[in-house]
Write a new protein. Structure first.
Length: 76
């Protein structure tokens, strides 16, 4: 099992330890769960963004390479 260190101000340390104590939680579990929840939330947002982009791309016009070259004035 790995260990990760982080730096906190004294105030941050007190706040976190008090929160964990009041809520009858384990400090390591609280920090681990909080970090993993953040990652899961970010991944969900990315997945939603990808699916939205995919749906939007289906609505748009598709151009051939020749059409793009012509629009750019690069056809010879």
């Amino acid at each position: 099992m790995a260990t990760i260190s982080l730096r906190l101000s004294n105030e941050e340390e007190v706040l976190i330890k008090n929160y964990v104590k009041i809520n009858k939680m384990n400090l390591s579990e609280f920090i681990r769960d909080t970090i993993l929840d953040k990652i899961e939330d970010d991944l969900k947002i990315d997945e939603e963004r990808i699916l939205k982009s995919l749906e939007e791309s289906k609505k748009g016009k598709v151009y051939t390479t020749s059409e793009v070259w012509e629009m750019l004035g690069l056809n010879e």
